[in-house]
Design a binder for this molecule. Structure first.
Ligand code: NAD
Length: 321
């Protein structure tokens, strides 16, 4: 079938494109290349079943006509940088809310049947229940990024209710692995390459979060798509994460070990009086993934520690810093 992947030149999106094309699907990618790279899709250029369009989804444009005959939409385009959202909230409003609205409208106009939205654990804000289940309330994000992802979810589920497009919201924990170009592992490696004796860790060191390896996240995405094809539900949210969490200092130890470093001094630097690494940093995050495991036969293959170690190896292979 014909599938649209927005943000398909990005980290998660490009892995999804790989799997969809390998399965024989016809894939259209729309991406403005603001953080994505065409190198991530290199192997597909020239293939009949693949088409790439460079366009900014926050502006309606000629890209809308390209959606003719699209059956399923994976909306993965977004600005994923929580820190940027604090200093420049309008960027997140445009890339995450306005673009989601435009993609929904374009999907409706072209009769798409399935809409899968990449949401985030940040919609829960500082949940008092850990691991946090999908129906946890109140959802009170503590970053503009989280707010923008939650706004996207509300638009998506309301479109389902009114216009009948089936939707799923995937609330991802921290996804790590090959082609990732942001986040804690990337930051720590870059810093340790500059100074192998001293590592500045943002926050008070008490952060504990859940990490999922990219292959597990993509597998979950595909399992949810299969589930939707037979499910009666019009719109469902699923947490996608590993079964545990890991402390930020343990992440540092894993990376130092993989880089073959000796003793490294850890220096903590908080951005807020309550020890956050940056404004909007959720200190403790772990998702309850029993819903997706019960409704599909998906199960994460790696825990947080294994995901971080594998992602570190992946990045070390590639980073020339
Ligand atoms: P990414 O930055 O690698 O990918 C996002 C892609 O969207 C990029 O290729 C970028 O160029 C594109 N894009 C951004 N704004 C656009 C616009 N206005 N028009 C067209 N394209 C645009 O980030 P990622 O980590 O792959 O994230 C993918 C999705 O998953 C995002 O929706 C993000 O919010 C969500 N998510 C990611 C994580 C994670 O840990 N990586 C966790 C939770 C949710």
């Amino acid at each position: 079938s014909r599938i649209l992947v927005t943000g398909g030149a990005g980290f998660i999106g490009s892995h999804l494109v790989d799997r969809l094309i390998e399965r024989g699907e016809e894939v259209l990618v729309i991406d403005d290349l603001s953080s994505g790279k065409t190198e991530n899709l290199e192997r597909w250029f020239g293939e009949k079943k693949f088409k790439f369009i460079k366009a900014d989804l926050s502006e309606p444009g000629k890209w809308i006509d390209e959606l003719k005959g699209i059956e399923a939409v994976f909306h993965f385009a977004a600005n994923p940088e929580v820190r940027v959202s604090t200093t420049n909230p309008e960027v997140h409003y445009r890339a995450n809310v306005q673009a989601t609205f435009n993609v929904l409208e374009a999907s409706r106009a072209n009769g798409a049947e399935i809409f899968i939205y990449a949401s985030s654990s940040t919609v829960y804000g500082e949940a008092r229940v850990i691991p946090t289940p999908e129906d946890y309330e109140p959802k009170e994000p503590i970053s503009i990024y989280g707010a923008s992802k939650l706004m996207g979810e509300v638009l998506v589920s309301t479109y389902s209710r009114i216009y009948g497009v089936k939707s799923a919201m995937l609330r991802f924990a921290n996804v790590v692995g090959k082609r990732s170009n942001h986040g804690v592992i990337f930051d720590f490696i870059a810093k340790l390459k500059r100074d192998p004796e001293r590592l500045e860790i943002l926050g008070d060191g008490k952060q504990r979060k859940s990490y999922i390896y990219i292959d597990d996240a993509i597998e979950a995405t595909l399992k949810v798509m299969e589930h939707m094809e037979s499910s009666q539900e019009m719109s469902e949210a699923f947490n996608v994460g590993s079964l545990d969490a890991i402390g930020v200092d343990d992440i540092a130890y894993i990376i130092e070990e993989e880089m073959g470093l000796g003793k490294v001094e850890h220096v903590f630097k908080s951005a807020t009086h309550d020890g956050r690494g940056w404004i909007g940093d959720v200190k403790v995050m772990q998702l309850d993934v029993s819903k997706i495991m019960g409704k599909t036969n998906w199960k994460p293959k790696m825990n947080s520690r294994e995901a971080v170690r594998k992602a570190t190896k992946d990045l070390l292979e590639r980073m020339e810093l």
